[in-house]
Design a protein. Sequence first.
Length: 143
Amino acid sequence: MTKNVPTYQKNSITLELANKLIAASEKKAHEIGVPMVTAIVDESGNLKALSRMDGAPLLANKIAQDKAYTAVGFGMPTEEWYPFIKDDPPLMVGAPHIDRIVVFGGGIPVQVNEEIVGGIGVSGGHYSQDIECAKEALKIIDA
């Protein structure tokens, strides 16, 4: 006998979509001449896929994963964090010290039909280049 226990369902990014996002991010990275790491996490922030291009900085592995985690965890791009906290002293002091929180660009929630199903994090260049690759990757969802 099944009890009526309150639960809800969540949609999650597929490995197929994760790999397509990585390919699109890397294509843009090749175009701009900057080797990148692209990380994709599922709706719960767990790593789904990761690719480190030849020559990408070693530390970019963790940063890309943390960008994706931050983006999905708060449902907003990491580039919006600094403007959000900069005029709030307690947040400005505290937020950057929360484990895995990234307050500069390169992490964006992945949305399908207006539902967050995962996150993408890109690292390896200046954060403006990381944003460029992440946004380019997300264009495949609307294509």
